[in-house]
Design a binder for this molecule. Structure first.
Ligand code: BES
Ligand code: ZN
Length: 631
């Protein structure tokens, strides 16, 4: 290795050292860690609780006399250590980090196994679960419940070491009156009592707590590939089958070719009710997905490619703390774009990168270019990781990997690093410095260490704002969108009747949904500069919607962008439709920006609309919108 490279690594090593401890867990995971977990749960729809028992098989690293676990709004009724009743205390609540559960375990020598059994119940304040009444489901006959644990909500579902640094295998048995899915391999059902069935699951790959997942409701299922099944409410089943069946196995095969074979056996997913707050969540063996993916035109399957890619980046190789979240998401976006690029060609990957760059710029503007959370590796302290969540780790992370790829000589030189990296950290958690040293260890013997030294690591990793290098993405697929946007700009002062003659549906007929989204984004960003008045949008927002059918789009990616233009233009005739639409979507990607824009256009309506739908939103989403609106 070159001298410079060694020096660079040492500096980075020192800087990263301070951030390898997870500041968002209260557990003493440095002294003792969980190796396996047995869950025995009952889903109680009437009380809106999960109750039951967890048995943690732990292993001490040092001598210990106390075990501290994370909890949040849990009722803990009993603790046993190695089969004997143990004393325990629940401490003071520490904001978003919850309440430490301290268990007296006697003197335990180092490197010893300990069995800890805990009986508990979730409570009404549980942030990991949403309970839906029958009226809040499609079928309107049965209740529904589902979990969302990332980043630090697992502690409100079960006592645990809620840090991505600790990974354990698990087995689960769950009693429920309705079908159950978990982030694990299903092992069927084996008992029936008083209206409830006992479902069994096993997870043989060690996973971090944030990947714990459960959903129960009126679920039907059907095959969408040789190793894939989709679950959803019965009346959505055939739409889901059509939406995903064409791509599912192809995605898995391409991903396997890029990294190495899929190790989790099955890749299934469940399409949840609209209040699911994310596009997708990569729960192992069972991705959880928003129903907004089912657009009727397969235009949102990229989200499935993304969640599938997490099977390597995130689920197998995991960020050790949430300050290194980019290792999960930046890598996943990078793999997602590789997968889609293999299928649709390199110009598609370049196009997606352009969209990502625009998202990145928007997020940096929203936080402000000096904000801590615009750094690739940021300091969280004891703050809630949900507050730091944005597209920055996704897109700045993607851009760093893309920049490294370019620097070492392009995809041909970079791609062999992918299986190496994911193999090296398989079943482990790592921080940014581990990634950098692995990169140097791989490329230095190949004579590329000096190339890596040319990267401005400190700025990329630790400086706020946009990346130090503005990439030159290929605009082959983007140009039509830019051109159409400038045609509309030139027509800004033309009367509506003229505009209706100048443009027609055929302008966008053959376009991908992504191109239409870029067109709308371009119109919008032109309207936001200080120099440019929101001319196009303000003058012709109605014509735009009528001519291209944006106002009727079933694709939330398009509809939300169109509504953003309407709100920027203060086109009041759309306000009612926009407010009503906010009652039909729960995915934060759409809900939060739409509320922010509505709040700028008509704050009173924004607050009234939020109050109207508040009880339908997921607790995580409601909390974020409340903050956004300053309530
Ligand atoms: N793991 C994330 C979702 C997440 C992140 C939940 C942090 C809670 C905390 C998931 O993989 C994701 O990134 N979803 C995106 C999909 C998109 C980037 C294709 C989403 O929800 O929009
Ligand atoms: Zn992701």
């Amino acid at each position: 290795m070159s001298k410079v490279a060694t020096a660079a690594r040492q500096t980075l090593g020192r800087m990263a050292a301070a951030t390898t401890v997870d500041s968002t867990t209260l557990s003493n995971y440095g002294q003792i860690f969980t190796r396996h977990l047995d869950l025995s749960w009952t889903v109680d729809f009437a009380k809106k609780r999960i109750h039951g028992e967890s048995t943690l098989l732990m292993q001490s690293r040092t001598r210990v006399s106390e075990i501290v676990l994370d909890t949040s709004y849990l009722d803990v009724s009993k603790v046993m250590v190695n089969g004997a009743k143990a004393e325990f205390t629940l401490g003071e609540r520490q904001g978003p980090l919850g309440t430490p559960l301290t268990i007296k375990c006697g003197q335990i020598a180092e490197d010893t196994s300990v069995q800890v059994a805990i009986a508990y119940s979730t409570t009404e304040q549980c942030t990991a679960l949403q309970w839906l009444t029958p009226e809040q489901t499609k079928g309107r006959k049965h209740p529904y419940m589902f979990s969302q644990c990332q980043a630090i909500h697992a502690r409100s579902l079960m006592p645990c070491q809620d840090t991505p640094s600790v990974k354990s295998t698990f087995r689960a048995q769950v009693w429920s009156p309705l079908p159950v899915v978990m982030g694990a391999v299903p092992e069927g059902a084996d008992a029936y009592e008083r209206g409830a069935v006992r479902y069994k699951f096993v997870q043989n790959v060690p996973i971090p707590s944030y990947l714990t997942a459960i959903a129960s409701g009126d679920l039907a299922s059907c095959s969408i590939g040789p190793r894939s099944t989709v679950y959803t409410e019965p009346d959505m089943l055939l739409d889901c089958k059509w939406e995903f069946e064409r791509d599912m196995e192809r995605f898995i095969e391409v991903a396997e070719g890029l990294v190495f074979p899929y190790t989790w056996t099955l890749y299934n997913f469940v399409v949840l009710p609209p209040s699911f707050p994310y596009g997708g969540m990569e729960n192992p063996n069972m991705t959880f997905a928003t129903p907004t993916l089912v657009a009727g035109d397969r235009s949102n399957v990229d989200v499935i490619a993304h969640e599938l890619a997490h099977s390597w980046s995130g689920n197998l190789v995991t960020n050790a703390t949430w300050e290194h979240f980019w290792l999960n998401e930046g890598w996943t976006v990078f793999l997602e774009r590789k997968i889609l690029g293999r299928i649709h060609g390199e110009p598609q990957r370049q196009f997606d990168a352009i969209m990502g760059w625009n998202d990145l710029r928007e997020s940096v503007d929203l936080f402000g270019k000096d904000h801590e959370y615009t750094k690739l590796v940021y300091k969280l302290g004891t703050n809630d990781p949900d507050d730091a969540f944005s597209t920055i780790p996704y897109e700045k992370g993607f851009n760093l990997l893309y920049h490294i790829e370019q620097t070492v000589g392009g995809p041909e030189a970079f791609e062999p690093f992918m299986p190496h990296y994911f193999e090296k950290f398989r079943n482990r958690s790592l921080v940014t410095d581990d990634f950098i040293s692995t990169l140097y260890d791989f490329f230095t013997p190949r004579g590329l260490g000096d190339k890596l030294d040319s990267i401005d690591w400190n700025t990329w990793l630790y400086a706020p704002g946009m990346p130090p290098v503005e990439p030159n993405f290929d605009t082959t697929l983007a140009d039509v969108a830019y051109d159409l946007a400038s045609r509309w700009r030139r027509a800004a002062s033309a009367p509506a009747s003229e505009v209706r003659k100048l443009f027609s549906r055929s302008d966008v007929d053959k376009w991908t949904a992504g191109q239409q989204e870029l067109f709308l984004d371009t119109l919008r960003s032109e309207g936001q500069g200080d120099a440019a008045p929101a001319a196009t949008a303000a003058a012709h927002v109605k014509e735009l919607g009528d001519i291209y059918g944006f106002a009727e789009s079933r694709n939330a990616e398009i509809l939300s962008r169109y509504y953003a233009l309407c709100l920027d233009a203060r086109a009041t005739e759309f306000y009612t439709a926009i407010a009503d639409w906010l009652g039909t979507v729960g995915r934060m990607k759409f809900v939060r920006p739409t509320f922010r824009s509505l709040n700028q256009a008509d704050p009173e309506l924004a607050v009234r609309t939020f109050r109207r739908f508040e009880s339908n939103y997921h607790p995580i989403c409601a909390a974020m919108v409340r903050k956004d609106l300053g309530l």
